[in-house]
Design a protein around this ligand. Structure first.
Ligand SMILES: NC(=O)c1ccc[n+]([C@@H]2O[C@H](COP(=O)([O-])OP(=O)(O)OC[C@H]3O[C@@H](n4cnc5c(N)ncnc54)[C@H](O)[C@@H]3O)[C@@H](O)[C@H]2O)c1
Length: 329
């Protein structure tokens, strides 16, 4: 794909103050695009972190920052009329498996109603491509690893997963009915600088530095396909730009390595210089013991070749974490 110049092209990135949206916006801006970034700065995790990301993006003259909720249909319509985005990267959502057990309606609003509001505007304004975040969680507890896009995914085991699968089905209907080109991306545990405070990598780091115990679910018998943020962004940008895709696409974006959680803890210990105190707990409802992505489809169609193993990604995350919190290295 190379580093195509995107000057003169306007992208809408939803969830631009979120972890992945921030990095995708940066990547598009770096290539000269205009990025309209939308976020509602909700308090699912630190709004201050979201404001800090947004402040970084605002430094770029091609960035337009809008504070808007996906359920605000009038606000979204005004946005489309004013900025006329040609491509959409829809990343705003209520994320998290465990939180969906406690706050189901947050998922209904952001992931179902919000998704519908946006895809409906996308087709009315005839956008060139609608790329949206799905999740590895749609594979639920399937036993057959690695997970491939050809597998049947009609047995979600959390409401979060059900809403992400619903997004894929809604996109299918819109592609079929209106010819709207859509690309769904099943992301696998993304981590790295400017990451998410509700995810294991950050939670473990924070607890270990504070001398507190870390919660290790399924008694440590967990495997995750950890995707470094730069690799995920390369896949997302390729999904936005690659020519010749089919009208309806779904891709896994993972690292194609199932890493034991115990190895992640060992690497954190090594790079933080702290021994973790582990509180061993059962598997949480809605959680799966293992994820592992077959990425051959994204390789062949998007040229997606992730190249960051956790041995490299974890120290980079820790270096950023220390800098961001003003801790000595
Ligand atoms: N990070 C991962 O490992 C991962 C894995 C699988 C899927 N995903 C999906 O990727 C996308 C981005 O994830 P992330 O890790 O950047 O999460 P994030 O929570 O950091 O970013 C999402 C952003 O969307 C915003 N948002 C939420 N609801 C909104 C609403 N109603 N209106 C406007 N803005 C709203 C939030 O304020 C947040 O800044 C999400 O759709 C998530 O479900 C992420």
């Amino acid at each position: 794909m190379g580093d195509k110049d995107l000057t003169g092209l306007t992208f809408l990135v939803t969830g631009s103050a979120g972890f992945i949206g921030f990095h995708v916006s940066q990547a598009l801006l770096a290539r000269g695009a205009t990025v309209v970034g939308l976020d509602n700065y909700n308090d699912y995790y630190s709004p201050a972190l979201k404001r800090d990301r947004d402040r970084e993006l605002r430094r770029h003259p091609g960035f337009v920052s809008l504070e808007l909720d996906l359920v605000d249909r009038g606000g979204l319509e005004a946005l489309f009329r004013e900025y006329r985005p040609r491509k959409i990267c829809h990343l705003a959502a209520q994320a998290g498996v465990r939180y969906s057990l406690l706050n189901p309606f947050a998922y209904q609003e952001a992931n179902l109603e919000g998704f519908l509001n946006l895809i409906e505007l996308a087709r009315r304004h005839e956008v060139e491509r609608f790329v949206y975040a799905s999740s590895s969680s749609v594979y639920g507890g399937l036993a057959e690893l690695p997970f491939a896009e050809s597998q049947r995914v009609d047995t979600p085991i959390s409401l979060y997963a059900a809403t992400k699968r619903a997004n894929e089905l809604m996109a299918h209907a819109y592609t079929h009915l209106y010819g709207l080109p859509t690309v769904g991306l099943r992301l696998f545990t993304v981590y790295g600088p400017w990451g998410r405070p509700d995810m294991a990598m950050w939670l473990f780091t924070a607890a270990m530095l504070a001398g507190q115990p870390i919660k290790v679910f399924n008694y440590g018998r967990m495997e995750r396909d950890f995707t470094y943020i730069e690799d995920a962004v390369a896949g997302i940008v390729a999904a936005l730009l690659t020519e010749g895709l089919a009208p309806y696409e779904i891709f896994n974006l993972g690292n194609h390595r199932a890493e034991p959680l115990t190895k992640v803890i060992r690497l954190l210990e090594e790079h933080l210089g702290v021994t973790a105190r582990q509180e061993l707990l059962p598997l949480q409802p809605g959680d799966v013991p293992a994820t592992f992505a077959d990425i051959s489809l994204a390789q062949s169609k998007l040229g997606f070749y992730p190249r960051t193993p956790i041995e490299e990604g974890i120290p980079r995350f820790i270096a950023w974490y220390r800098r961001y919190h003003g801790l000595e290295g």
